[in-house]
Design a protein around this ligand. Sequence first.
Ligand code: FE2
Length: 356
Amino acid sequence: MLEVADRPLQTDESPTTRASTPISLNAINRWVPHDIVMRDSWFPVAHNYSVTGKPVRRAIYSHPIFLWREDGVVVASEFHPNERIARDKSVYTDVKGHYPTMEHYGVVWVWFGNPQAADPVHLPSLPFLPPKGGLPKHMTATVRFESSAPISLENLIDLTHADFLHADVVGDERSDSETVETFYDSETVTMVRTLVNKSVAPVMKFFSGIRQPTQNVRQVIRIYLRSHCAIAYGQFNPGDDVPLFHPCTPETRDRTRMEMVMNTSNAGLMFRHVMPKAGYKVSRQDSYMTSPQSPRYMRHTDRKDLHSKFDQAGQRYRMAMMELAERQEKGDFAYRDNVSADCSDIIGLRKELFQF
Ligand SMILES: [Fe+2]
């Protein structure tokens, strides 16, 4: 087992102006997310109920993955069990052509990288999901984006987009004050957005019964760089908590699959049922933005990416991804920070609501 020390997170003041930063603002603006391939990571590929005795096909970076169960245990193979043609096996699987796989949080994970390095210690911490799964199906969904996975994640971590793109669901841009803070280590980037007296989210007006015109909001987006998994955790006061697992698994370099889980068990009856379904509407709105955007980032161009002060987290995300990719290119796949350490405190989880 690989020993990974727990290190304190670093706080971002101004990521792009620090002299010590090896990757410049210019490089960040010229990044080509389609060229980034992350190895030695667990990727979520299916809700556990989707995997039965009958094989289903998934992919990570265009590598086929067939999933089925034998005596209840998940098998992840690069070959269909009925495949008779002997093909060369990839370096990502064992002698039988099987990927390391595990079930956790109600999701099937596949290790993409050196099979010898697979270790549950590298599974992202998702403290609001029951470790053994079992949430009702209506709290889960599968959504696909016609975009490179990092483009989808970069869109997510710039949460100010929600006020404009998802105003009809989560409320508009009006508030008395707004702050955005960024925290990071070599494997994660976390953005905390705090708003005072924000216009009440319409979805809460109707389904949580909020009567006040405004609410105080704290939203967190935390991205696990390698696995392309994100947490979106919102606290609305008054209102309900919205704890969302938002993975962006790179099926190909320009297609993304999201096996979404929203644990609204603690919310009121209406909200508990309606909010997870809002994910379909919200993701269509995101797709409207990211699908045309994605091909524009496929190769180096002289485009000008402009940033506001609220883009700090997005810029840090690009920088951290590029640094990790650069290390991997040199053959360094070691984890310098622990991704499975409980992140409840970092995301400000109301732990009393999520006892498993
Ligand atoms: Fe969005």
